[in-house]
Ligand binder design. Structure first.
Ligand code: HEC
Length: 227
């Protein structure tokens, strides 16, 4: 099954790489799908290690990414494809919570297949408001995505690092939606703007991208400093 999953994941990567063009908004769906792929790989490792707590946490992150994908368009084709993804992500979490490795394994396969199918589609409807999220799941997800961006940058894969920044910009909209108040809105908008600046950086040079990602981290810290 490991091999099967790996090949589904790499197939999805190919599809993502050859997906919609480089227009800013068209890049969001492939970036989110690629992020789910990365998390599926992590989840597979947690499952093999029998670490159900980490598996459940990874599943919560994937549920959140699925919900963000869901908000990208209100058209029926997109919403139907998303339903499969959302259901599979939820099944990964519930089977992790039940500590059922067989169910978790098959839910992960369903999730990988749903994600691959989704990566071929483009939402055509109106965008929906960002989803509601639990603060802790959201923060742990953002921490993971930021870590992936750093690793990609160190590896010199700027395209991947920018993809992660795109995911962070979408998650910034979810953060913004979490609480009311002027200060929260300002801090989360500044975070989203910094993430977008990194995501849309025209340069493919790691040296040029590094300071932009540093600003993203500073925007994380700026919000944490006020609590
Ligand atoms: C607009 C505000 C805001 C932004 C932006 C923000 N955070 Fe947070 N973060 C919070 C709040 C509020 C908490 C919870 C504070 C507490 O527990 O006192 C938190 C908690 C956390 C935690 C601890 C979670 C736990 O309970 O274990 C991590 C990790 C974290 N954030 C990472 C990040 C990262 C990484 C970024 C940027 C990529 C980021 N945050 C951006 C507001 C923000």
């Amino acid at each position: 099954m490991q091999r099967w999953l790996t090949s589904v994941a790499s197939l999805a990567t190919v599809l993502v790489a050859t997906g919609p063009g480089s227009a800013a908004d068209a890049a969001v769906v492939p970036a989110l799908c690629a992020s789910i792929d990365r998390n599926i790989a992590h989840a597979q490792n947690w499952l093999e290690a029998g670490d159900f707590k980490s598996l459940s946490q990874a599943a919560s992150g994937m549920e959140l990414l699925a919900a963000v994908l869901q908000s990208q368009g209100d058209d029926d084709t997109w919403q139907e494809a998303i339903e499969r993804l959302v259901a599979a992500a939820m099944a990964v979490r519930t089977s992790a919570q039940a500590e059922d490795p067989a169910a978790a394994g098959s839910a992960l396969m369903n999730l990988a297949a749903a994600n691959t199918a989704l990566a071929k589609l483009t939402p055509t409807g109106q965008p929906l408001p960002p989803p509601k999220a639990k603060l802790r799941s959201l923060m742990l997800l953002m921490d993971g995505v930021r870590g992936e961006a750093k690793i990609a940058l160190i590896a010199g894969n700027t395209e991947k690092a920018k993809n992660q920044a795109h995911v962070l910009s979408e998650l910034g909209r979810v953060v913004s939606n979490l609480r009311s108040g002027e200060r929260w809105a300002r801090l989360s908008d500044e975070f989203t703007a910094a993430s977008l600046a990194a995501a849309k950086s025209p340069s493919l040079d790691a040296q040029a991208l590094r300071p932009l990602l540093r600003v993203v981290s500073q925007r994380c810290d700026a919000c944490h400093d006020i609590r």
